[in-house]
Design a protein around this ligand. Structure first.
Ligand code: SAM
Ligand code: DTB
Ligand code: SF4
Length: 344
């Protein structure tokens, strides 16, 4: 019986190593992921974020999965940037419902400089409610990243979305390097990064491994790693893609947890069509963050009452903000190791 190794923070993962993790027997993979999870987190706590689309639809990009791209006929109506007061009211409601982080999304390729003061005002007021703030607005210049940081932004979400090898099959209007440049600007401004991708877009396991390898080999592991399961929307090129095996989705969560043990791994888009049992497996595999609230950006998410009941049935509790990145929990791993030793 192999020893369960410790889970160091590494940035030099090879594709073969990541593929080997994917190929482990399911119980062994989940066990390793659960150990990695316990090294830095209390596995009963789940971070809870709420999303709001502050500017919907009409996007000039061609991301093949996205209902907000103007070129696809998905029925999503384009709107202008919301007024600050309306955004703050939604943030207040999210806080009252139990969210600790509020993420504002805009269907932009990148914000115009004239948009930044408006978004900055939203960030300042949402932050003043005592919520963590997150924004996802497309590509940012370094000056824009700094302006958002100065307004009180905590996290910036910008995804790699898929393996660099598969990227050209999904998006043609911006390159992987553009995304890496934005992430560098975000890190340089002192913002925390939220960066992940989508699975179930017809990629191979090797390409899922490539996405996670690329995320883990970034100069710093993203603080949050959203793993989205493709929400198939009629009118987008990816509508009709063969569904991913649910166990393969769980494996993706587990490998993300092992590669990035200190990051929040978010069970992100796609929960609305997941069973409670599948979500429970994802939490066992090391997911410790969700989007909470009945809408993502334009598509649905489980009812809050359903999520509250699921947390109660599984003995999960919302993670208080200060608990993130608590290194003092590593003793749990020792306990698990001891259990293995005794059992063998
Ligand atoms: N427009 C900005 C951008 O693309 O950077 C920010 C908003 S964009 C909607 C944020 C992320 O949502 C995308 O990078 C993608 O990972 C995710 N997303 C969009 N449509 C999705 C879908 N149908 N299923 C799963 N995730 C999706
Ligand atoms: C992320 O990785 N997933 C969220 C958030 N970051 C912005 C968005 C999911 C969008 C799902 C499709 C929609 O609702 O439009
Ligand atoms: Fe536009 Fe973002 Fe959708 Fe791509 S993912 S089409 S950039 S809103």
């Amino acid at each position: 019986m192999p020893e369960v190794a410790d889970f160091p923070i590494r940035h030099d993962w090879s594709r073969a190593e990541v593929e080997a993790l994917f190929a482990l027997p399911f119980p062994e993979l989940l066990h390793r992921a659960a150990c990695a999870h316990r090294q830095h987190f209390d596995p009963t706590q789940v971070q809870v974020s709420t999303l709001l689309s502050v500017k919907t639809g009409g996007c000039p990009e061609d991301c093949g999965y996205c209902p907000q791209a103007a070129r696809y006929h998905t029925g999503v109506e384009a709107t202008k940037l919301m007024e600050t007061a309306a955004v703050v009211e939604r943030a207040r409601q999210a806080k009252a419902a139990g969210a600790t982080r509020f993420c504002m999304g805009a269907a932009w390729r990148s914000p115009k400089d004239r948009d930044i003061p408006k978004v900055a005002a939203m960030i300042r007021e949402v932050k003043a409610l005592g919520l963590e703030t997150c924004a996802t607005l497309g590509m940012l210049s370094s000056a824009q990243a700094q302006a958002l940081k100065d307004a009180g932004l905590d996290y910036y979400n910008h995804n790699l979305d898929t393996d660099p090898e598969y990227y050209g099959d999904i998006i043609h209007t911006r390159q992987v390097q553009d995304r890496l440049d934005t992430l560098a600007h975000v890190r340089a401004a002192g913002l925390k990064t939220c960066c992940g991708g989508i699975v179930g877009m017809g990629e191979s396991r090797r390409q899922r491994a490539g996405l996670l390898q690329t995320l883990a080999n970034l100069p710093a592991h993203p603080d949050s790693v959203p793993i989205n399961r493709l929400v198939q929307v009629e009118g987008t090129p990816l509508h009709g893609t063969v569904e991913l095996d649910p166990f393969e989705f769980v494996r993706t969560i587990a490998v993300a947890r092992i590669l990035m043990p200190k990051s929040m791994v978010r069970l992100s888009a796609g929960r609305e069509t997941m069973s409670d049992e599948l979500q429970a497996l994802c939490f066992l595999a090391g997911a410790n963050s969700i989007f909470y609230g009945e809408k993502l950006l334009t598509t649905g998410n489980p009812d809050t009452a359903h999520d509250q009941a699921l947390f109660a049935r599984l003995g999960l509790t919302p993670m208080p903000v200060a608990e993130a990145h608590d290194d003092s929990i590593s003793a749990c791993v020792t306990t698990v190791h001891a259990g293995i030793t005794e059992a063998t």
